[in-house]
Design a protein around this ligand. Structure first.
Ligand SMILES: N[C@@H](CCC(=O)N[C@@H](CS)C(=O)NCC(=O)O)C(=O)O
Length: 272
């Protein structure tokens, strides 16, 4: 499969994940944007039903044509030919196909980046594409692993958000601290996107969801200063594909598959 054929020919993408935000949401925004701006991309999502987890999932998990090489979700089916697992790898792969102008430092991603010869957009402050790549990957990793996964883990672990001395509270503090770091870094950019980019990169899609997921769960996760994150939300939501996505109420209410989620969120929503 050559880079030219992949970039100009028809690309069929099917994302498979549970009917919740979880690990896939940042990637959903990326795919919505990609499909909107690249008319050769046919993107749809196949949902795994959380309610069917005890019955349907074991069967789907055992079937590698559905659950991919790692037998977990999300997975991305590419042209009914390739199945990619691992959220960050999927994100980087899409980026690498010049759909949002970036590639990654991750080993698999490097391979694809070399094959496809994609090297992002350097700026006067970061003129080396490898360094730019590392910077943007650092942001995406932090937003995904530390904030999004961290906040979702809090829903599973149901920490007492008022007891700052409890062992479980450190996860809340960790999410808040990383969001603070992301906000500070974003403020240093001359544009609304990380590292002076004029179009969103993987860093912006993941940070956008990181901010939204934390805020939507509870303000306890938010740092005092969210100015740059608020601005990022605004510009991301002005993008036609994402504006449509939010107007159509496509954002799912459910964050995780935790059976205690609703009860926990109701409980903490009463705490200011
Ligand atoms: N590192 C992987 C983790 C994927 C993962 O743990 N997925 C969970 C759902 S959020 C899963 O598929 N669990 C079902 C199972 O392991 O049977 C990623 O980021 O994509």
């Amino acid at each position: 499969m050559s880079a030219t054929a992949t970039n100009s020919g028809k690309i069929k993408l099917r994302l498979h994940y549970w009917d919740c935000r979880g690990r896939a949401q940042a990637f959903r925004y990326m795919l919505e944007d990609i499909a909107y701006t690249n008319k050769n991309v046919d993107y749809k999502e196949d949902f795994e039903q959380i309610d069917g987890t005890p019955t349907t999932w074991p069967e789907h998990k055992a079937d590698k044509t559905i659950s991919g090489p790692f037998r977990t979700l999300p997975v991305l089916h590419w042209n009914d030919e390739h199945i990619f697992g691992q959220t960050l790898t999927i994100g980087m792969l899409a980026l690498r196909n010049n759909l949002v102008y970036f590639y990654s430092l991750n080993f698999v991603a490097h391979l694809v980046a070399r094959k496809f010869n994609l090297y992002g957009k350097v700026t006067s402050s970061v003129a080396d594409p490898v360094l730019l790549e590392a910077y943007l990957n650092g942001v995406a990793n932090c937003a995904y692993l530390d904030v999004i996964v961290g906040a979702c883990m809090c829903i599973w672990n149901t920490p007492d958000i008022e007891n700052k001395t409890s062992a479980e509270y450190h996860q809340i503090a960790g999410v808040k601290d990383k969001l603070d770091g992301l906000n500070t870094l974003l403020k240093q950019s001359s544009t609304s996107f990380f590292y002076d980019q004029t179009e969103p990169t993987i860093a912006d899609y993941f940070t956008f969801e990181a901010y939204l997921v934390a805020r939507d769960i509870h303000s306890v996760f938010l740092p005092e200063d969210c100015q740059a994150l608020v601005k990022l939300e605004q510009v991301m939501k002005e993008r036609p594909a994402l504006a449509k996505y939010f107007q159509n109420n496509q954002l799912m209410k459910r964050f995780t598959a935790s059976p205690f989620e609703r009860e926990y969120l109701e409980k903490i929503s009463k705490i200011k």
